[in-house]
Design a protein around this ligand. Structure first.
Ligand SMILES: Cc1ncc(COP(=O)(O)O)c(C=O)c1O
Length: 370
């Protein structure tokens, strides 16, 4: 059993609600009481980290979002299953034999492993890396260049100092979903911003949005099944270039100043003619809801709900690409074009929580079915 919520993560994860890690009362394995009913806040994250103590995740440590979600995240229904649209490639995948063998045997006392191929950090050619980093809330050049802004990561900061991550761990092999140290932050951030309304969500780190799109397409689409994807009628060119070589057809949905027009989406899906289109009825929508590339359109809350409802009606899975989510601004007003103080103004005294509340909810947070 492993500790969660920022504790030791070298062993298999048990969701904190089941393990009852933060001493919350449980009934039939479900956390009850105050901590289970309150949505996660920034202060809540700090308190959970303080209570859990130092994160101890060594070389190639197992990591999973379930280690870092709050009790509240589990006290929700499970998500809808999407097995029926998985591609044959995704269905054919088996768990990694080597990782399973490592999990089963490496902890045996006296066992010396010749299997994992983890190089010795003694041979890494870097002793430390230093960088100058910006500081909230100004992120300005002058304070970034100040000597006190320098952060140094040594090779053995975890062993020799009070470090959580060091070069001996970071430059070695890791797990596919990403290092525990970064996955913890991404999981907390996702819960804080989107409060996904179902229990069994998880995060995985990728090499970027384009890499994630490529993986997601291979999980859900198959050229031999004549699968197809819907997008805004003007879409992000790199996304289209990622979809096309997989032999997946793309169909554009009409947009207005708020992005996808729900009625148009419904019309396309309701009247799908497989023969005429040369493709199966789409099971995936790729969309950029905020600051859409290339049109700049941003869906309001009502629009997001309508698009989501049409997708639910037709059993369409949504790929939500949100690189510009935090850049939400009011519509351009020619007569009053001065920058609006507030959400994007670092000098304002708006709190981070108020800033997050000012943003239009993500599709993920609207997605009550999973
Ligand atoms: C909508 C959208 N998605 C993704 C990307 C690229 O993301 P990444 O560099 O992580 O692949 C861009 C960059 O322009 C973009 O506009």
């Amino acid at each position: 059993m492993a500790t969660t919520n920022g504790g030791v993560v070298n062993e298999l994860a048990v969701p904190p609600t089941i393990a009852g890690h933060d001493n919350s009362p449980t009934v039939n394995g479900i956390v009850t009481g105050e901590s289970a009913s309150k949505p996660l806040t920034i202060d809540g994250i700090a308190a959970r980290r303080a209570k859990a103590g130092k994160l101890k995740a060594g070389t190639a440590a197992y990591s999973d979002s379930d280690m870092f979600k709050s009790p509240q995240a589990y006290n929700q229904p499970k998500a809808k299953r999407w097995d029926h649209i998985l591609s044959p490639e995704a269905i054919a995948r088996e768990p990694c034999v080597l990782k399973q063998a490592a999990g089963a045997h490496l902890k045996k006392p006296g066992m010396l492993s010749l299997g994992g191929g983890l190089p010795s950090s003694d041979n890494f050619p870097f002793e430390s890396i230093s960088m100058q980093v910006p500081h909230a809330p100004l992120f300005d050049k002058a304070s970034t260049e100040a000597p006190e802004s320098t952060i140094t990561i040594g090779k053995h900061d975890v062993r020799d100092k009070d470090g959580v991550l060091d070069l001996s761990i970071a430059l070695n092999y890791g797990q596919a979903v990403g290092s525990a140290q970064l996955l913890r932050w991404v999981t907390e951030h996702t819960e804080l911003v989107s409060h996904p309304p179902y229990a069994d969500w998880r995060c995985a780190l990728t090499i970027g949005s384009t890499g994630a799109l490529d993986s997601a397409l291979r999980i859900f689409c198959d050229r031999n099944r004549r699968d197809s994807v819907l997008t805004e009628e003007y879409s992000f060119s790199t996304a289209l270039e990622t979809i096309a070589p997989l032999g997946i057809k793309v169909f554009g949905v009409r947009i207005d100043e708020q992005g996808i027009v729900p009625q148009s989406l419904d019309d396309i899906l309701s009247n799908w003619d497989e023969g005429a289109r040369g493709a199966r009825k789409p099971t995936v929508l790729y969309t950029v809801p905020s600051g859409q590339n290339p049109t700049g359109a941003t869906m309001g809350l009502q629009r997001r709900k309508e698009v989501y409802n049409v997708c639910s009606k037709h059993d369409v899975y949504i790929f939500e690409d949100e690189p510009y989510y935090y850049l939400q601004m009011p519509s351009y007003d020619k007569t009053n074009s001065a920058a609006r103080p507030g959400a994007v103004d670092a000098a304002s005294d708006q709190s981070t929580e108020d800033f997050l509340k000012s943003l239009i909810p993500t599709l993920l947070s609207i997605d009550a079915r999973g």
